[in-house]
Design a protein around this ligand. Structure first.
Ligand SMILES: [Zn+2]
Ligand SMILES: [Zn+2]
Length: 91
């Protein structure tokens, strides 16, 4: 079964929100969203980094990880080649 994050209540994103899956209430939509990603989304989907196979619960964390750790495969390859060339030059 696929979970979908519920839309904010008619009162707006700053009104208290109730999680339809476990009936907990949250002070605002952002708290609900955070709870939802933490408690309900994790059982459904895992995002796996194609470069190092680390697993992330949210697409956002994976994107952050990739932008910090890899910055694109070609960039990583260039860095590897450059450090190999430098190591070679030092000897
Ligand atoms: Zn919940
Ligand atoms: Zn990675």
């Amino acid at each position: 079964m696929r979970y979908h994050i519920p839309p904010p209540t008619v009162g707006g994103i700053n009104e208290p929100q109730e999680c339809p899956y476990c009936r907990r209430t949250f002070s605002c939509y952002y708290s609900l969203k955070r709870h939802f990603q933490d408690k309900h989304e994790r059982s459904d989907t895992m995002y796996v980094c194609e470069f190092c196979q680390r697993r992330y619960r949210t697409k956002n964390s994976l994107t952050t990880h990739k932008s910090l750790q890899h910055r694109g495969s070609s960039g990583m390859l260039k860095r590897l080649l450059k450090s190999a060339a430098l190591a070679h030059a030092n000897h």
